[in-house]
Write a protein that binds this ligand. Structure first.
Ligand code: UDX
Length: 434
């Protein structure tokens, strides 16, 4: 089958590669000509494990092509919309780009064509799309629009496409139920559980899943601070709690806070929706607040361990990406910690194996160093904020030699505590006893 995919961001590219590997021909479109040129050259414009190789292989096999054209090629059966829904002036999940893309596709595509919106929509998003379809239908028969949210994690996107937890598709009008089912069937070779429902419920499934996951992490983060206070170990507590099948261990790993382009934004979007509707949701509202207060608490803890005033202290921040395996710094807890430290009068020098460029673009004031040891030069403390495997291999004796202080505070449980201590440094972990 020939698919047209609009939006060559992380979601779009992983989806394109996923469908190409299922044997479909996929034409990927983006208005960013520079991005399309990189892709046409067989390279990924973002860091996502395995993506570069997969783009090269699928392009060579003739299943993946790239274009700046905005209308579907003749003979394509489906257009898959993967453009962003960033926070705009009207709040999180603005649908401007999605609506523009869908409007264009409705104008250009034949009536038998199906437009699949994979971008994350706010709950009122499907109503907006239904209005676009109605407007277009007033002029004559037009393509059908259905929704199909993704549940892919950055850094594990290709695997999450290949082994999805579930495939969910949504119809805007009950008459389109079978079309939504046909879209779900595109994923049939992946053997995932499937749910076809009205698009409003589907939008809420996506939103509620992410807010629930954010709530689980926020719970673990608060628990970590309780563990610090009572001398317990949050990893053991999470493991014991997670042994109950009804709870599960996933997303109970404490860290410096919740980041990325989805969870923090949606933890704000759902409370805003309920406030607009006049529905009190105190539990849901608290998730985002918990995350902000956790990040402040992490800096307070660092300050209390420092053995000198935080004002004027120099902190080496190891890890800038919002999690390991990506160069994405959107809502990165590491950068939130950097800003909080700066507000309290500390200076921060950051290092990340992948995210230096993206971090400096996001926070141009951030001082960076070319490696972990250089970041630690003259620092009073090393703060580990991203769980990169490479941080397990740091040459701690070299770090000790260049540091002004002796504290290593690891919020991700990634460093080799024995090696740190053997180098004559103090090591503290968030919620963990070492
Ligand atoms: C998320 C959802 O997981 C995915 O289903 C959705 O489609 C897109 O949003 P992603 O943004 O890639 O994926 O990040 P995720 O892996 O969920 O992590 C989010 C944040 O929570 C990161 O900052 C991560 O470090 C943190 N986290 C995650 C924890 O601190 N502890 C955990 O146990 C899990």
């Amino acid at each position: 089958m020939h698919l047209f995919l609009v939006g060559a961001g992380p979601v779009g590219l992983v989806t394109a590669v996923g469908f190409a590997r299922l044997g479909h021909r996929v034409t990927v479109a983006d208005i960013d000509a520079a991005r399309i040129a990189i892709l046409a050259d067989g390279r990924a414009p973002i860091f996502e494990p395995g993506l570069d190789e997969a783009i090269r292989a699928e392009s060579a096999a003739g299943r993946l092509t790239f274009t700046t054209e905005r209308v579907p090629p003749a003979g394509s059966a489906y257009s898959i919309v993967c453009v962003g829904t960033p926070t705009g002036p009207e709040g999180p999940l603005s649908t401007g780009q999605v609506e523009a893309a869908v409007r264009l596709l409705l104008e250009a595509a034949p009536p038998e064509h199906v437009v699949v919106v994979r971008s994350t929509l706010p709950v009122e998003g499907p109503d907006r799309l239904a209005r676009l379809v109605e407007e277009r239908r007033a002029l004559g028969p037009c393509a059908t629009v259905v929704t199909n949210p993704e549940f892919m994690r950055e850094g594990a996107g290709l695997r999450d496409f290949d082994v999805p937890s579930r495939v969910v598709t949504g119809w805007l009008h009950p008459d389109d139920r079978e079309v939504a089912r046909a879209v779900a069937d595109l994923y049939a070779p992946l053997n995932a559980p499937t749910l076809v429902a009205d698009a409003r419920s589907v939008a809420l499934i996506k939103l509620a899943s992410n807010v629930f996951l954010a709530g689980k992490i926020a719970f673990a983060n608060e628990l970590a601070r309780v563990c610090d206070a009572v001398g317990a170990d949050v990893d053991l507590v999470a493991t014991g709690v997670g042994m109950d099948d009804r709870i599960g261990r996933a997303f109970l790993t404490a860290g410096p806070g919740i980041g990325g382009s989805c969870l923090p934004e949606q933890a704000l979007a759902l409370p805003q929706l309920s406030a607009r509707l006049g529905v009190p949701t105190p539990l849901i509202d608290a998730v985002s607040r918990s995350n902000v207060s956790h990040q402040q608490a992490v800096v307070t803890r660092l300050a209390s361990l420092l053995g000198r005033p935080i004002t004027g202290a120099r902190i080496a921040l190891l890890g800038l990406a919002f999690k390991a395996g990506t160069d994405d710094v959107r809502e990165s807890p590491a950068l939130a910690l950097a800003r909080e430290l700066r507000e309290r009068g500390a200076s921060v020098v950051g290092y990340d194996p992948q995210a230096m460029e993206t971090a400096c673009r996001a926070d141009p004031w951030l001082e960076t160093a070319p490696d972990a040891v250089e970041a630690a030069r003259d620092a009073h403390a090393v703060l580990v904020a991203t769980e990169w495997g490479a941080f397990r291999e740091i040459a701690w004796p070299a770090v000790r030699r260049v540091m002004a202080g002796d504290l290593v505070y690891d919020t991700r449980n990634v460093v080799d505590a024995t090696a740190v201590r053997a180098a004559g440094l103090r090591v503290e972990m968030l919620g963990r006893r070492v």
